[in-house]
Ligand binder design. Structure first.
Ligand code: NAI
Length: 398
């Protein structure tokens, strides 16, 4: 099969196995170059195949020598379709991990379900004994509640009042105005049910009940805050409500982990191009400006740099006690620097379709979007035939 990108709105329906493998390899090389550290030994990553979760798995393995179990929801290839990017990423990750004698096994299925939690618990008991780090990095548009089978869908909407603002269609290069009507109370509740902390708590409760938490166990989840101009759609919108719930859950989990001398931590990470963030209105335009300014300043980071810094400084390092007023670790510090934000505010009003290429790093945004699916990676011959069926060592071909 000759595999080319097929972009529909904010997703790409194809992925390239060789390109994805190269992107994963670059992340592994970055972590290995930073050295080897003392930290977690047995790690469970929920949402381990792309974005921040994949970066967490790579840092845990190649930076700390940990054994990892990764849970995700991805598709293998069939006659007509390529596998999803997270499938190819995991195949490449496991191959390298095994080659270097690191334990790595993966479970593909719905992390919200009781069945996948049970399967994961059984694997932990059999192969690891207990876990000392649980990273919760799910981003999903829907959740089937495991007890009631009720289906919840998350929406990205403002709360309380209509939002009128700017956004960009990154592929077309068009800046346009969008109007978003406020969410109903049911939509808010559904978004909290999908992206809030209930499932995170269910995971920790279940693993505790199964006696699979090690002394000193830590659990981590990821949050975003961003600047005021994205508040109506992020911090003060439906997703922000879900993140508030995540933070409240961290406090509950902290109390539950005290007997283990453990820790439940929320980290505020930087805005980055991932499959999840490209679906959020306004954010892609903000990211295009942010990338330009941070790249010029020399402070730009991707998922792997962010998670490497999070683990080294905050989770297993000297800054362990440094928290914001809500008790969170902040690796969005470089994004939120005053001069960076002032420049973005200064440009926000002026940016339009005509000057988009000049004022923002829309090109960088597009490149990174393509790279999420293994496209636009140097050294890959995209005109060559490639077998889309790729085996994940611990799962098989799909
Ligand atoms: P992503 O879309 O790259 O990754 C989502 C992961 O969740 C994938 O591994 C996917 O397979 C898995 N997943 C989705 N539904 C699942 C299900 N039902 N069962 C099992 N696995 C499932 O997302 P990203 O951006 O890495 O987000 C991860 C977390 O980081 C989210 O909580 C997000 O809010 C947060 N975050 C993201 C930022 C960004 O700019 N991308 C910034 C700060 C925080």
């Amino acid at each position: 099969m000759i595999i080319q990108p097929k972009i529909r709105g904010f997703i790409c329906t194809t992925a390239h196995p060789v390109g994805c493998a190269k992107v994963v390899d670059a992340q592994i090389k970055y972590v290995k170059a930073k050295g080897h550290f003392e930290g977690p030994k047995n790690v469970l990553i929920i949402g381990a195949s792309t974005g921040y979760g994949l970066a967490s798995r790579i840092v845990a393995t190649f930076g700390y020598g940990a054994k990892t179990i990764g849970v995700f929801y991805e598709k293998g290839a069939d006659d007509k379709r390529t596998a999803s990017a997270g499938w190819y990423n995991t195949a490449a990750f496991e191959e390298q991990a095994l080659r270097e004698n690191y334990y790595a096994k993966s479970i593909n299925g719905d992390a919200f379900s009781h069945q996948i939690k049970q399967q994961t618990a059984d694997l932990i008991r059999r192969d690891l004994g207990k876990v000392d780090l649980i990273v919760y990095s799910l981003a999903s548009p829907r959740r089937v509640h495991p007890d009631t089978e009720q289906v919840f869908s998350s929406v990205l909407k403002p709360i309380g009042k209509t939002f009128v603002g700017k956004t960009v269609d990154p592929m077309r290069g068009e800046v346009k105005e969008i109007t978003l009507e406020p969410a109903s109370s049911d939509e808010i509740a559904q978004t909290v049910a999908v992206m809030g902390g209930e499932d995170w708590e269910m995971w920790v409760d279940f693993l505790a009940k199964e006696n699979l938490l090690a002394e000193g166990v830590k659990t981590l989840a990821y949050d975003y805050v961003g600047p005021e101009l994205t508040y109506p759609i992020y911090k003060e919108g439906t997703i922000g409500k879900a993140k508030e719930h995540l933070l409240q859950t961290a406090a509950k989990l902290q109390a539950k982990l005290n007997p283990y001398h453990g820790q439940a931590l929320v980290s505020v990470n930087k805005a980055l191009v991932t499959q999840a963030s490209s679906a959020i209105p306004v954010v892609p335009l903000y990211i295009s400006l942010l990338y330009k300014i941070m790249k010029e300043k020399g402070t730009h980071e991707g998922c792997i740099e962010q998670i490497n810094r999070l683990f080294k400084n905050y989770v297993y390092g000297d800054l362990g006690a440094v928290r914001d007023q809500d008790g969170r670790a902040r690796v969005d510090d470089l994004e939120m620097e005053r001069d960076v934000q002032q420049k973005i505010m200064g440009l926000w009003g002026d940016v339009n379709t005509e000057n988009l290429g000049e004022l923002t790093d829309i090109e960088g945004y597009r490149d990174e979007f393509h790279r999420l699916f293994g496209f636009g990676v140097s050294g890959v011959d995209y005109s060559a035939e490639v077998d889309p069926v790729v085996k994940i060592e611990s799962i098989g071909v799909g």
